[in-house]
Ligand binder design. Structure first.
Ligand code: DI6
Ligand code: FE
Length: 417
């Protein structure tokens, strides 16, 4: 690789004697690896990535600060591209019911499920939501996550949807993480609209989404397309409003059945379709053509005891990018570890450890429309990376419940976590 910055410019800092897993598609080695690598930063961005013996001058003369990585592995910082981390209450009682044989859909249809979290979220104060979400975000940050996507969707009324998004924005200001907010007003039909899904979609499209956009609270728009939620036609109406506001879209699609949501979403230019256990050939084809990322959520698959897996081989064959995310939520995926989720993606879905790491970095950046600025160790991208005490990058997916993080660098500077 070639240095893109001359010595005269002066780098802010350089890490030497690092084993780099760049995940850069231009580097064909496994994990895009560079042994005995160096990485330099300037003004919060990656200024140089390469082999140590290719530096034209001693590191001390090229950067103001020299860090010795002592052979540690260094990867792009992790990105959790699908979470519902802001929510009130818990659903431990449902967990118990499911263990006794009730299905997720049964519980939802009898008034539990998402609606029970909606009640708890409406009842919670801003501070309660902030504190509980921060406690769940902490473990992710500690694993080297520097970007997290956070959805609304447990308010389903104007005030609570806004409150959730405001909490998400506050987390981004007060914690060492960039937050991407997603409006998920079309997550479930709230009880006050029982039997009136279309009327609820009118309310979402005419009032809630515009109000949230006006307050600058929305980065992207999502919906839940499912028998227990909304039809493709109803989702299409939400997407039309998102397009009017020039907001990127994504979709919870084919989680429990195949309604063709992925076809609709891909044809509407969605950044990602998420879950996808039941996606068919037509959906896969549409996603491949549109460059829509498949976001795999093995925590939900695991928690719900699902048996139908997303079609990994078909995604590979069609060239559909695969991201991996926690789906951190109180019902189907009470998971606050992206590393464990990577393990699940390998063990349950058959991803390779390299695909799992790419899924939590490069492909997750694509799923959030951030690929130009994040997700790989590439000159010009944000200098967000993690140093790990591991012998091989596959170890990040292989161990369970173990966090080998040494240090997290954010915008070129070590973070205190
Ligand atoms: N699918 C999910 O996995 C989450 N939302 C969705 O549409 C779970 C939501 C919940 O059960 O609270
Ligand atoms: Fe989800």
């Amino acid at each position: 690789m070639v240095a893109s910055t001359t010595a005269d410019e002066g780098w802010d800092a350089i890490w030497v004697d690092a084993s780099l897993a760049t995940l850069d598609p231009g580097n064909r080695a496994p994990f895009g690896r560079i042994e005995d690598g160096v990485i330099a930063v300037k003004a919060g961005l990656i200024a140089h990535v390469g082999a140590g013996d290719e530096l034209p001058m001693p590191a001390e003369r090229m950067a103001a600060v020299v860090h010795d990585a002592e052979g540690a592995w260094l990867t792009p910082a992790l990105i959790d591209c699908h979470t519902h981390i802001v929510h009130g209450g818990h659903r431990a009682c449902e967990f118990d019911l499911r263990l006794q044989g009730a299905s997720y859909a049964d519980i939802s249809q009898s008034g539990g499920g998402i609606r029970s979290t909606v009640m708890a979220t409406r009842a919670a104060s801003f501070d309660e939501l902030f504190e509980t979400a921060a406690r769940r975000l902490g473990p992710l940050v500690s694993e080297g996550v520097t970007v997290v996507e956070i959805k609304s969707g447990y308010g389903l009324d104007l005030d609570t949807e806004l409150k959730m998004l405001e909490v998400a924005r506050a987390l981004g200001r007060r914690m060492p993480v960039k937050v991407v907010t997603t409006f998920l007003g079309a997550h479930a039909v709230p009880s006050e609209f029982e039997g009136g899904a279309d009327r609820y979609i009118d309310f979402v499209c005419d009032e809630v989404l515009p109000a949230a956009v006006e307050r600058g609270l929305v980065d992207q728009v999502d919906a839940f397309c499912e028998g227990i939620a909304f039809t493709p036609q109803q989702v299409g109406r939400v997407f039309d409003v998102a397009h009017m506001f020039n907001l990127p879209i994504k979709l919870h699609a084919e989680q429990l059945s195949d309604l063709g949501g992925s076809i609709l979403a891909a044809n509407a230019g969605a950044l990602s379709c998420d879950h996808l256990e039941f996606v068919g050939a037509e959906g896969i084809g549409a996603m491949a053509r549109a460059g829509t990322v498949a976001v795999l959520l093995p925590g939900a698959f695991f928690t719900l005891g699902e048996t139908v897996k997303p079609p990994i081989a078909a995604f590979r064959k069609a060239g559909v990018r695969m991201a991996v995310a926690t789906d951190c939520n109180p019902g189907s995926s009470p998971v606050t570890s992206l590393l464990t989720t990577m393990n699940m993606a390998c063990v349950l879905f058959g991803l390779t450890p390299e695909e799992a790491l790419a899924g939590a970095t490069r492909e997750a950046a694509h799923a959030l429309g951030l690929a130009a600025e994040r997700g790989t160790l590439t000159v010009g991208k944000a200098a967000d990376f993690v140093l790990w005490r591991i012998q091989d990058p596959a170890e990040l997916s292989y161990r369970i419940g173990f966090n080998p993080r040494i240090e997290v660098i954010r915008a070129g500077a070590p973070t205190l976590i």
